[in-house]
Ligand binder design. Sequence first.
Ligand SMILES: [Zn+2]
Ligand SMILES: [Zn+2]
Length: 269
Amino acid sequence: MRFGDFHTHTVNSDGGNTIAEMAAAAEELGFYALGITNHAPMPNESHYTSRQEWLAGIIREVEELRPKYEGRLELFAGIELDINTELDVSALDYIIEANHFPIAPDGARCVVDWGVDNVSKAVNEHFGGDIYSFIARYFEELSRAGDRGPATVGHFDLINIYNEDDCLFSTTDKRYLDAAFGAIDVLSKKDVIFEINTGALYRSQRTQPYPALPLLKYMKERGCRIILDSDSHSVEMLKGHRMLDALEHAKAAGYREDEIEKYPLLRKK
Ligand SMILES: [Zn+2]
Ligand SMILES: [Zn+2]
């Protein structure tokens, strides 16, 4: 099976390599396609995110590289767009919607994947110490994916990034399951694809790709479509993509190989 990868980062956000270097590596790996999806700009700018003025340059660079790889590797310009970020994405081929910064009831932007200490701090300061309210807010916001047009839902249960072996909260708790399954119910009726994301596997943060198997099984039951992504932040990471693990994960949830999407939902230009 040849793989495509539609979730990758470059030096234009928090990645370590250029678009050209990522494309060369994808070709070397025998991928049929590569999509570049840097983090969208955020109101509170950080190392993590792209700048608004970089977007046009990213699109142009992808367009300029296309002829070089014609017939061997398809190239796409997308973005990893936060659910709480407003952005004109009309010039992009596709979007991945994700929730890295849920907004607390008091208006504070909290972080999901910036270390356990920051998550605990956010939960204590803005959710009265109740991690399940934080989780509910995360999934509630993420269930708005697809409202801005067709989209991939990025790392659906990112909220579990530091929760290997349920060390932070119980993934069998009814409040957790209601929040996660509720979001799947909403999203399953929209024009979205869920990604199986191996990024945390490569970084040894998780032993399973996102989404966790019980959630992926529920997605299968609900007729949700899936795609395999590595969320690579460097050439090295792309080379260690773990796509075969993602494929096994899909199969374990009941998906057949021919049911896996080959492309994200492209936006009409
Ligand atoms: Zn992400
Ligand atoms: Zn990403």
